[in-house]
Design a protein around this ligand. Structure first.
Ligand code: NAI
Length: 354
């Protein structure tokens, strides 16, 4: 039984994510922190008849909120709004993430930290470098949450193939996502050869008629990479994905909680990690470098399936690279180039504050 802290708990993601965590049998204390409204959210949730004790912490109570937590989930920050550049979003959220992980380092050095705040490709390096500067970096304890990409890939693959015939849950073993967590850094891997061939055949058929297939491979990849835009547009600029993200974030947190309690997880789980810190990371760096023609040390962070142990990223898998197809190789090359710039941005942010 553990204390879990949600930082940014009153937000669009924070509230449903906190509700889902309130249902988890391993959570004995749920600390909800936000710069606004957290005590209200906590009081509301405290009426739910599950075991976790719920408490809200307001702006000046960050240290108490995280103190003793074994797991800290961070969806704090601003979501993407129309007209906001990625740089503006980054600057605001990078400052928030740096402030929050500093409090975690000082009050809950044993905590696993799950970063949801975007842009994950840069905020995870901000968290890692901030902890390193404080002498509090524990390899494998900082993980960027990319589960929403996997959830979307399963849904969209199912839809492309004809949702009536393919149960969405059954898609889990047929598709995964690696790379990073924005646009072209997101690389879906269709693990089922028959399904990939069907998508590619749909593209070829449409091309013969001089058109594009809505259910083809190109459309599938685009939807996974830019699925977030569908939500931002549909919400008419009032916010980005919150409910699907809360579910995705919870699914990842659930695996971490199981692993903390030595319960078997569903297998390696994709997340965004600092490769040199964990077993298998340097091998993955080398192999991605060989594939992309870049230097291995420039591929410092990557989202890939990771084996958890005691709730920490213990071993990053490389085997998926053996099955990568030529279309996916091309996607990986583009992703690796974009990722490097995102990571550098995060590292520079921390250096500029020292
Ligand atoms: P929101 O604006 O609804 O909620 C954010 C919450 O963070 C607010 O309640 C706000 O008061 C709080 N907050 C702001 N500064 C804070 C600080 N210094 N300390 C504690 N709390 C603070 O935003 P939403 O939609 O919940 O999104 C949150 C973040 O998650 C955004 O950065 C968004 O881009 C990101 N996101 C990540 C996804 C992923 O797949 N990793 C998917 C969707 C969104």
């Amino acid at each position: 039984m553990v204390k879990v802290a949600v930082l940014g708990a009153a937000g669009g993601i924070g509230q449903p994510l906190s509700l889902l965590l309130k249902m988890n049998p391993y959570v004995s204390q749920l600390a909800l922190y936000d710069i606004r409204l957290a005590p209200g959210v906590a009081t509301d949730l405290s009426h739910v008849n599950t075991n976790a004790r719920c408490r809200g912490y307001s702006k000046d109570e960050l240290n108490a909120a995280v103190s003793g937590a074994k797991l800290v989930v961070i969806p704090a920050g601003v979501p993407r709004k129309p007209g906001m550049t990625r740089d503006e979003l980054f600057r605001v959220n990078a400052g928030i993430v740096a402030q929050l992980v500093t409090a975690v380092a000082q009050n809950a050095p044993q905590a696993r930290i799950l970063i949801i705040s975007n842009p994950v490709n840069s905020t995870v390096p901000v968290a890692v470098e901030t902890l390193r500067a404080l002498g509090a970096l524990s390899p494998g304890k900082v993980m960027g949450v990319t589960t929403l990409d996997v959830v979307r890939a399963q849904t969209f693959l199912s839809e492309s193939l004809g949702a009536a015939n393919y149960a969405r849950d059954g898609m889990r073993r047929h598709v995964t996502v690696v790379g990073g967590h924005s646009g072209k850094t997101i690389v879906p891997l269709v693990l089922n050869n028959t399904y990939r061939a069907r998508l590619i055949a749909a593209d070829a058929k449409a091309a013969k008629r001089g058109g594009k297939a809505a259910n083809g491979y190109a459309a599938f990849v685009h939807r996974v990479q830019f699925g977030g835009d569908e939500v931002v547009e549909a919400k008419q600029g009032a916010g980005s994905a919150t409910l699907s993200m809360a579910l995705a974030g919870y699914r990842f947190a659930e695996q971490v909680l199981k692993s903390i309690h030595s319960e078997a997880t569903e297998g390696p789980v994709p997340c965004f990690v600092h490769l040199p810190s964990i077993a298998g990371g340097s091998e993955l760096q080398e192999r991605l470098a060989a594939l992309s023609g870049r230097e291995s040390r420039s591929i410092e962070y990557f989202a890939a399936p990771v084996r958890l142990e005691h709730g920490e990223a213990k071993h990053v898998e490389c085997a998926w690279l053996d099955a990568v197809h030529k279309e996916e190789q091309a996607l990986l090359v583009t992703a690796i180039a974009d990722l490097e710039a995102n990571v550098v941005k995060g590292k520079r942010f921390v250096q500029s504050k020292m």
